[in-house]
Ligand binder design. Structure first.
Ligand SMILES: Nc1ncnc2c1ncn2[C@@H]1O[C@H](COP(=O)(O)OP(=O)(O)OP(=O)(O)O)[C@@H](O)[C@H]1O
Length: 260
């Protein structure tokens, strides 16, 4: 029977020099789940996402994407079909028109020459137009990408994911550079797409309110460990206060000279 897990992590560890960014950590994320990873600064959220996307390799333990170990994904195209990434800095080429940036999402299906030609004569334009309509930017198709606002650029990145159609989307702080209204706008579109396409979404977020309002599951990380892992509806104010406060208390305790 086909596995229902998008990710399975077993005793995953990551250390940078002396810093244990992720302590042995095990969890699984089901296909179709919409999960937010929250936690104080330096908790290990980005490290965790980078290991899920195979940008970083764990020092110990195993990560499986849909039952296959990350180390076994040797073909970048196969990985790109499974996992699409969206980042804070959007990874768009500012000097190119919007449509070219969207069509980059098709490169995993196209060969080199088709991708190359597309920079001069956009290929499969209809697919890009549909995606841009979906994110409300069809009228900006030929605008220079750098002229768009931050929120619009993030929507271009969403349209690129729409044409890539990965099974899993990983997003590292996708809305932190946007004002609250734009952040909600982009998250609304992202979640709507993910649910319609039956994709799996794992996002790191600084805003606990957005995590509670838009996500099904919240995994809280602190000092490289899972602090809690709950349905978003069950996360209480006290859970959140403890998550952020305890770290501050620990930091404070570290700086307090011992009583003699
Ligand atoms: N490439 C690296 N080299 C050295 N240390 C690193 C590296 N990447 C992360 N770290 C350290 O690992 C710990 C976890 O970092 P990480 O970026 O995963 O945290 P985070 O929860 O994403 O933080 P933030 O919310 O501030 O982005 C931090 O102490 C960080 O300084």
């Amino acid at each position: 029977m086909e596995s229902t897990d998008a990710f399975t992590l077993e005793n995953v560890e990551k250390t940078y020099g002396e810093m244990k960014a992720i302590s042995p950590l095990s969890l699984s994320i089901k296909k179709g789940e919409v999960t937010a990873i929250i936690g104080p600064s330096g908790a290990g959220k980005t490290t965790l996402l980078n290991m899920l996307s195979t940008i970083e390799t764990p020092d110990n333990g195993t990560i499986k994407i849909a039952e296959k170990r990350t180390s076994e994904y040797r073909n970048p195209k196969e990985l790109a079909k499974k996992v699409g990434i969206i980042r804070q800095q959007f990874d768009l080429v500012g000097s190119l028109p919007v449509i070219h940036n969207v069509l980059v999402g098709r490169f995993t299906d196209w060969g080199f020459w088709k991708s190359f030609w597309s920079f001069f004569f956009p290929q499969e334009k209809d697919i890009a137009i549909q995606a841009l309509q979906r994110v409300g930017l069809a009228d900006k198709m030929y605008d220079r990408t750098s002229k768009l606002s931050g929120g619009e650029q993030q929507r271009v990145a969403l349209a690129r994911l729409l044409v890539q159609r990965p099974e899993i989307i990983l997003a590292d702080e996708p809305v932190s550079s946007l004002d609250p209204a734009r952040a909600e706008d982009v998250l609304n579109i992202l979640i709507q797409i993910v649910k319609e396409e039956k994709q799996t979404l794992v996002t790191s977020l600084h805003s606990v309110e957005l995590a509670r309002n838009y996500f099904d599951r919240i995994i809280a990380v602190r000092e490289g460990k899972i602090y809690f892992d709950q349905r978003a509806a069950e996360v209480s104010d006290a859970d959140l206060t403890n998550l952020y406060q305890l770290t501050e208390l620990n930091e404070h305790a570290d700086k307090t000279p011992p009583l003699s």
